[in-house]
Design a protein around this ligand. Structure first.
Ligand code: ATR
Length: 293
């Protein structure tokens, strides 16, 4: 157990709900491993209390915090500075207190790219399909477009509410020099488009506990040479990933994105190499001990 004293710095999560968040587990494991005099707590902050909570965090001079639903967008107007990628995405999940100024970042998309990279997936010139244009889909699409702009590639976005996919297509093509298509999520569109796709990413909540029998993409559309990445980490292996693995595809689990987005936040705050192994161990221990999985 670390010693908590007068110099202990506070990091925290604000959101509603936060009780089941793994962020405190992951960050405290990292602080402990590197012997950093800091603690990470989760605070339930309702929509109406966001401004008061942020004012409070400023007054207390907390070192940094994460932001989760439903505040990832509304937090923007309460910050002093916003990193350019977070600004483009229009959502912040990490805030750093820099000499009293609150600076916002978004590590969700970068975390997803890091998860792919650490699993040996190369993005250069790849055709990527993202299913889902909500918060996670948007963050991944922007981070990906920023990367693909450098070395070529294509992004197709599918969403149940087609307007969001079309908006994302427009917004990405306006911002980056990259080929993007936004389509309605339908079996026919998936069938037509997935033929030449190298990387398939599920960024919807379809298949998430307790609806573990569901999948956003039917198994006959998955090819053995595809990489299939699911942002869902509960269950650790979704139906989509189980079926993809059976088809011979390479899979990347949502828990990897969860840990790498936390690792990126840790790096921003602490400016030290995050202890990835300990962060993974802590997340997996908690997920596996959850009886339902
Ligand atoms: P997150 O921040 O986790 O991405 P979100 O912003 O609420 O959460 O987005 C959820 C995503 O899952 C959206 O793309 C949503 O589609 P809509 O934009 O049409 O709502 C998608 N989604 C949720 N349930 C779905 C379902 N049953 N079928 C298809 N897509 C679904």
């Amino acid at each position: 157990m670390r010693l908590i004293n007068g110099k202990t710095r506070l990091y925290c999560l604000i959101g509603d709900p936060v009780q089941h968040s793994l962020s405190p587990i992951i960050h405290n494991a990292a602080f402990e491993k590197l012997n950093i005099n800091a603690v990470y707590l989760a605070f339930n902050v309702s929509k109406g209390n966001l401004k008061k909570a942020v004012d409070g965090l400023r007054s207390l001079n907390v070192a940094g915090f994460n932001v989760t639903m439903p505040h990832k967008v509304s937090i923007l107007s309460l910050l002093d500075r916003i990193d350019s990628l977070a600004e483009k995405i229009g959502a912040v999940n990490t805030v750093k207190n820099v000499d009293g100024k609150l600076v916002g970042y978004n590590t969700d998309g970068i975390g997803a790219l890091e998860a792919l990279k650490r699993n040996g997936v190369k993005l250069e010139g790849k055709k990527v399909a993202i299913v889902g244009a909500g918060g996670a889909g948007k963050a991944i699409a922007f981070a990906l477009a920023q990367q693909l702009e450098k070395f070529g590639g294509e992004i197709t976005i599918f969403n149940r509410t087609v307007e969001k996919a079309v908006w994302l297509e427009k917004s990405l093509t306006e911002t980056f020099d990259v080929k993007v298509k936004g389509l309605k999520l339908s079996d026919l569109n998936l069938k037509n488009e997935l033929k030449n796709v190298d990387i398939l990413i599920n960024a919807t909540s379809v298949g998430m506990y307790p609806s573990t029998g569901k999948t956003p993409v039917s198994k006959n559309l998955i090819k053995p040479n595809m990489v299939v990445f699911d942002v869902i980490y509960e269950p650790l292996k979704t139906r989509l990933l189980t079926e993809a693995e059976k088809r011979g595809a390479k899979i990347v689990r949502g828990v990897d994105m969860l840990v790498y987005q936390a690792a990126k936040a840790f790096e921003i705050w602490i400016k030290k190499k995050p202890p990835i192994k300990e962060m993974f161990k802590a997340a997996l221990r908690t997920l596996k001990s959850s009886k339902e999985l």
